[in-house]
Design a protein around this ligand. Structure first.
Ligand code: UFG
Length: 330
């Protein structure tokens, strides 16, 4: 039986594929390589290049492979881009899910673990955020992921496709041996941008907004290490295989770091000065996003191994130092 990983050449997907292979699962990957990297895919996984929206192509993959569970990462995930180009997000993310579920239904595949996001909550009324809290996204990216959660719920009701929606908070770091890591074009995420400054690829970091209602005025986010996230996907898949019901889990560290605190942690992890200045706010940014991950810990038995921000950044820095041009394929 095979685990099909959609978006397995992307940042989180490739780390999860690697972990699955390490644990002895048989893995197939689908990725259109728009943002992913073929070099990031563990060579023990079979790779099919194509798009989840292409139902003909997807039906062929489902025909060839004996698929037991789908893990779905194949989505666009950049908040600011979604603000300027929302339809791109509703097409790839929302329509992509509809197309996938149709193929899964026809192939009789009844289990899916998929990447949702903290961005489905919008501006929280309270932190830490619980899975039962209201979901009112403040950007089209979050809205597209919320619509995916809703569509899959109705696919469960109608066709019995069981799902786990994993609502990630901010993901960071790289596999400790530095063999795979984060490589986005363009890069928009805070930690990789900070590390580009440390590498001398950028002059300075601009922190988006210094007048938020937080202690130091900068946004607060909850960071989780990408390998811990990979483990959570495998636990979620096993949870479904045991016949448990569809549900959603937050995945974070339950601890918030302000953007300024992240810069300080990166200065310590890299030993570099990392010049930073405060600039205007970025559209669509909630002030504070911190998860309660108690449900994942209790029900999935998830125990994140990385609980130290400097150590998380150190793994990303190791990747950057050993791969100054990332996968070098763009
Ligand atoms: N930031 C800066 N300067 C930069 C880049 C980012 O100050 O050059 C700030 C942002 O304004 C924000 C914080 O750093 O306050 C984190 O921003 P990222 O772009 O790294 O991440 P986001 O919080 O916007 O989004 C990430 C994922 C989403 C996910 C969200 C949930 O990219 O997919 O976390 O917490 F939904």
């Amino acid at each position: 039986m095979t685990v099909l990983v959609l978006g397995g050449a992307g940042y989180i997907g490739s780390h999860t594929v690697d972990r699955l292979v390490e644990k002895g699962y048989d893995v197939a990957v689908v990725d259109n390589l728009i943002t992913g990297h073929a070099k990031a895919i563990n060579p023990k996984a079979r790779f099919y290049q194509g798009d989840v929206r292409d139902k003909l192509f997807m039906r062929e993959v489902f025909d060839k492979e004996d698929i037991d569970t789908v893990i779905h990462f194949a989505a666009f995930s950049v908040v600011p881009e979604s603000m300027s180009n929302p339809l791109k997000y509703f097409d790839n993310n929302t329509y992509g899910m509809t197309a996938l579920l149709e193929v899964m239904r026809d192939a009789g595949v009844k289990r899916i673990v998929f990447s949702s996001t903290a961005a489905t909550y919008g501006e929280p009324k309270q932190v830490p955020i619980k899975e039962t809290d209201p979901q009112i996204p403040t950007n089209p990216y979050g809205e597209s992921k919320l619509s995916m959660e809703k569509i899959i719920h109705w696919a469960d009701v109608a066709y019995g496709i069981k799902f786990v929606a994993l609502r990630y908070f901010n993901v960071a770091g790289a596999k400790a041996d530095g063999s795979i890591g984060e490589d986005h074009h363009p890069e928009t995420h805070l930690i990789p941008i900070i590390l580009q400054v440390a590498q001398g690829k950028r002059d300075k970091l601009t922190i988006f907004g210094g007048d938020y209602p937080t202690d130091d005025g900068t946004n607060i986010r909850d960071y989780v290490h990408v390998m811990d996230l990979a483990d959570a996907h495998i636990l979620a898949m096993e949870y479904l295989k045991k016949g448990n019901d569809s549900t959603a889990f937050n995945l974070g560290s339950s601890h918030g770091f302000s953007n300024k605190e992240i810069v300080d942690a990166a200065r310590k992890a890299t030993g570099k000065p990392i010049p930073a200045e405060i600039g205007p706010r970025r559209a669509g940014d909630p002030a504070v996003l911190v998860a309660s991950s108690e449900k994942a810990k209790k029900i999935l038995g998830w125990t994140p191994k990385y609980d130290d921000m400097e150590k998380i950044i150190a793994t990303a820095w190791h990747w950057d130092e050993t791969h100054p041009n990332g996968y070098n394929d763009r």
